[in-house]
Design a protein around this ligand. Structure first.
Ligand SMILES: Nc1ncnc2c1ncn2[C@@H]1O[C@H](COP(=O)(O)OP(=O)(O)OP(=O)(O)O)[C@@H](O)[C@H]1O
Length: 243
């Protein structure tokens, strides 16, 4: 299987705070990798570096074999990486459909093609019932799905998900987890997701990477990783739910 993401020796500090230290990660194409770690471990900084929002101090990042270190977020997204944000930012006065069409058009192509693709994405993300509603009127669970629909409309090959389940009650989480598993199966999407909800991490991930104080302290199969004494220790004082 080819490698979607290769991270080598990536370090990043902020005025004395070592946010990332010599991080090395490989993500196989079509796999689902969960990123966990206590607060302040470096997870968001890691996403910012691989998506091009921050330039690493050292090391390199390869996306589908191409060195993207130091490239702009825009160029990296052109190569097939997309990300969701914890703070969702749809165009509030536009409907769900208009938002998804706009996202599809941002990748070029014509209106007809964008409408067609948006329709498919809205169906796939279970948003059909909300398609003509103004985004401002959506509740949190629907907004999360809209955020997913918008990134999927850009036809990514690698999707970075930042706590897409946060703020959802358990009954609302299950359909999103199912959707993500389905997208990998049907589209061959590669998913890298930061998540605090361990049940979802265990259920979705082929492998889990654990950050602590800027370092990768463990990686491997979910069950092995959460039983690792180093990981349990890193979470001392903080809960590792579901472990
Ligand atoms: N722009 C910045 N300027 C200064 N320090 C920063 C900046 N961004 C992150 N840091 C520091 O880098 C470290 C890693 O932060 P980061 O946000 O990546 O952790 P995290 O694992 O995403 O945490 P959380 O789970 O709480 O979101 C922390 O000590 C944080 O205070």
């Amino acid at each position: 299987m080819s490698t979607a993401l290769e991270v080598r020796d990536v370090s990043k500090s902020f005025r004395g705070v070592q946010a990332l230290s010599e991080v090395e990660i490989d993500v196989a194409e079509g796999s689902i990798v969960g990123i966990i770690g206590p607060n302040g471990a470096g997870k968001t900084t890691f996403f910012n570096v691989i998506a091009g929002a921050l330039r690493p101090d050292t090391g390199h990042v390869k996306l589908f074999g191409k060195d993207v270190s130091g490239m702009s977020p825009h160029r990296i997204s052109r190569l097939g990486m997309a990300r969701t944000f914890q703070l969702m930012r749809p165009f509030g006065s536009m409907t769900v459909r208009e938002n998804v069409v706009a996202a599809a058009l941002s990748r070029g192509g014509n209106h007809r093609g964008a409408h067609h693709h948006a329709h498919d994405v809205i169906e796939a993300t279970g948003m059909a019932a909300w398609a003509d509603m103004v985004s401002d009127s959506l509740h949190t669970a629907a907004l999360k799905r809209l955020e997913l629909a918008r990134v999927l409309a850009t036809r990514p090959r690698l999707l970075l998900l930042d706590e897409v389940l946060a703020g959802l009650v358990p009954a609302e989480r299950a359909p999103v987890v199912e959707l993500l598993a389905h997208l990998r199966e049907s589209e061959g999407l590669t998913l890298v997701f930061v998540e605090h909800i361990m049940q979802a991490v265990m259920q979705l991930s082929d492998s889990v990477v654990v950050f602590d104080r800027g370092r990768v302290i463990a990686s491997g199969e979910p069950a092995e990783v959460v039983a690792d004494p180093t990981v349990v220790e890193a979470y001392l004082g903080q809960e590792l739910p579901g472990a």
